[in-house]
Every structure is written in structure tokens, then in C-alpha cells.
Design a protein around this ligand. Structure first.
Ligand SMILES: [Zn+2]
Length: 177
């Protein structure tokens, strides 16, 4: 009896994951409407056994613009703090509805590291570089692509939006200028 329930549940989960994969292939992003409310949910595509879900309604504009190749941060109109990844609330001022601001131009690598011991959900990638770059008044943490020997503290970088394979989801990365 219990195993019947478990089998049915696993079938159901397999079906949902299949639909999610199709959706990701079609739209480029693993975002789908939550069945009850219709609010957009981001479903992580890297995890193999467990896919965690994060509500993204308040920052859905970020994903809409990402599809168009733009990377947005949010800015508090009261204190001017810029948040990236974007968030809809400023914890300093306790205000919401922050304004959107595109991260443009060139940034500068503040620090970086080569990841050779990877978390399980990244184990299928070759070694990669994760760096923090300063773009004016905001820091961006992301993968850094370019000739390994040329990545240095102070290197000029820009943001690039492209599909990351093999999952095929749209994401941003830093590339050497
Ligand atoms: Zn603020």
C-alpha cells in the first residue's frame, strides 16, 4: 500500500520534471506558474535528485530582461543602495518596490577563484572560475570566462548573457574585455 503511494508519487514527480525540462527548452528559463496562485516559480535545473523552488514573482522582471540580454539590479530610492542579485526590499530602510537599474559597461575583477572541487550539482562542469567584479556601485558574483592566465585582480570585464549547457538555461557570466 505504502509502496503503491510512493510509486504513484514518483510517477507524478517524473512527469512534472519532464514538463519542466520541456518548458526550459522552449522558453530558456525554468520558470513556471505555481498551480494554486499562478505566481512564477523558479525551479532549479542543476540538482539531480531534489529541485528546490524559489518564489520569484517580485523579481520576475529580472528574468524577463535577462531573456533580452540585460542584467538588472535594484536600487533603493531612499538610501541609494544597489542590490545584486536584485531584491525587492531594502533591509536598511524597510522599504519595498525598489527601482530597477541595468548593470552596464565595464567592471573590474576584485577577486576570483578557480573551482576544482565542485558542489554535486556542478560536478559535470570542467573546472571554472568564479569572480566578484565591481560595476560602479554594485558587485556582481559570477563565473568568469576567458583565457585562464589573463584573469587577474583588476582585469576589465563585461557581463554576457547566454545559455549555459548542458542544461540550456539562460544565465549571466563575466567575460574578459
Ligand atoms: Zn534603502
Amino acid at each position: 500500500m505504502i509502496s503503491d503511494v510512493r510509486d504513484a508519487k514518483q510517477k507524478e514527480i517524473a512527469e512534472v520534471l519532464k514538463q519542466l525540462d520541456m518548458l526550459t527548452k522552449m522558453t530558456g528559463l525554468p520558470i513556471y506558474p505555481e498551480p494554486k496562485t499562478g505566481n512564477p516559480l523558479w525551479s532549479d535545473v542543476r540538482e539531480l535528485d531534489l529541485r528546490y523552488q524559489i518564489p520569484v514573482k517580485k523579481i520576475s522582471k529580472f528574468f524577463d530582461e535577462l531573456k533580452k540580454g540585460k542584467v538588472l539590479a535594484t536600487r533603493c530610492s531612499k538610501c541609494g543602495t544597489v542590490y545584486f542579485p536584485p531584491q525587492d526590499d531594502c533591509p536598511k530602510c524597510k522599504t519595498s518596490n525598489l527601482e530597477w537599474k541595468e548593470i552596464q559597461g565595464e567592471g573590474e575583477i576584485l577577486t576570483f577563484t578557480v573551482i576544482s572541487v565542485k558542489p554535486p550539482s556542478f560536478a559535470h562542469y570542467p573546472d571554472y572560475v568564479v569572480g566578484i567584479a565591481r560595476f560602479g556601485d554594485v558587485n556582481v558574483t559570477a563565473w568568469v570566462d576567458g583565457p585562464r592566465e589573463k584573469i587577474k585582480v583588476g582585469s576589465r570585464v563585461k557581463l554576457d548573457v547566454s545559455k549555459r549547457e548542458p542544461e540550456g538555461y539562460i544565465t549571466y557570466r563575466l567575460i574578459l574585455v
